[in-house]
Design a protein around this ligand. Sequence first.
Ligand code: ZN
Ligand code: ZN
Length: 364
Amino acid sequence: MSFPRDFFQCFQISCQGATSITTFACFLCDKIQPALHQAVYERTAKDIAEDMRGKFPDFQGNRANLEVFILRYLAEEENFEYFKQYLKFPKEFFQGYIERRVKSHCLDESRRLKKFLDSSLSLLYGNILSAVFLSTQIVKDREDREDKVSLWLDEFCRELSEVISLPRSDLKGIEHQEVTDIEFLKRVMTKVLATLRDRLQEEFSHADMSSFSRQPHTILAEHCSGCWEQCPFCGAVCTNTMQGHDGDHQVVFHRPRAVKGTRWHQTDHLVIDICSSLVASDCSFRIGDNVWIPDKRYRDAGPPCSTWNILPDPSMQAYWKWFVSHFQTQLEALYNRKFQGRGEIPEAWRRITKQEALSELEKP
Ligand SMILES: [Zn+2]
Ligand SMILES: [Zn+2]
C-alpha cells in the first residue's frame, strides 16, 4: 500500500509550503504503514496467546498438564488415526492441537481475530498520534532552529522507538524538506494516519491466521515446551520441562509396550506389560539379530536406552488399559499381532470405562 499524490487532494491543501508537507507526509506514512502492520501482528500474536492462557485450562500449566487435555481430546474423538499420530509424532501432534485450538478461538463466529487486531491497532495508532502531537509541541516554538523537520523526526522516532520499527536513518530523504508550519504538518499527519488506520481496519476484516509472521500457536507451544525424547520401549514422552536437560530422561507413567507393537519372543503375542514393571522382571529384550539384554539391565543396550531412568513401578494408568481394550482390533491389525497368551487383555481392563480412565488422568 502506498499513498498516491492525489490522495492528499481531499485535504484541500492550498496554503504555502503544502507541496513540501504533502511530500513529507506521503513519504513518512509509506514508512509507517509496513512498520505499523508488523507491530500490530506481533502484538496481536502475544495478546492471543495471553488470552488463551487466561481462558483455557489446557494452557495454564506445563506440558504435562496440556498432555492430560490432549489425552482427553483423543479419548473423546475415539479416532484411532489420531492416536497413531500422537503416539508416533507427539511433538507434531501437540503443535497441531494447539494450532487448532488457536484457530477455533480466533476464527469462530465471534471473529475474535478481527477484534484482537483492531485493539492492537487502536493502541498503536494512539501511540503514533501521541508521537505526532508531542514532536510538534516540542519543535514548533524552536525559533532558534532552522532544521525543524529534522528535529521533528528525531523526536518522532525517539517517541516511537519502543512501539514500531521506524529507524531514523530511513527518513533521511525527507529531513531537509522545507516545512515551516509545523502545526499544519501535524494536521496533515493526523488526517493521513486516520486514513491509514481505516485501511488497516478494512484489511483486518479479511485477515486469517496466515498473516502472522510469528504465529500465536508458536508462542503457546513454546510456553508448553520441554524435552521431547520418547521412551525407546513404549514411546511415552519425557516429562522434563527443559529441552536438552541434564541427567536421564524420565516419565511418571510408562505404557503397555503393545502400543509400539512389541511382541513376546517366537510368538505373535503383543506385550501388555509396562516398562517400569519389566525392569523389575526376569524378562529380556533383543537388540540387533541376537543380542539379549535383561530388562533389569536395560541400560546395557546403550543409547537411547542408557539415557533413560526407568524405576521399577507396577502402576499403570487406567487410560492405557482402556485404550488397549478399546482399540484392540485396530492395534492387532496395525501390527499384525494378537493380544493372546501372555498378552491377553485382563477382564478388569475391559471393564474400565472411558470416563473412569479420564477421571483418573485428571486427578491432581
Ligand atoms: Zn516406557
Ligand atoms: Zn528428557
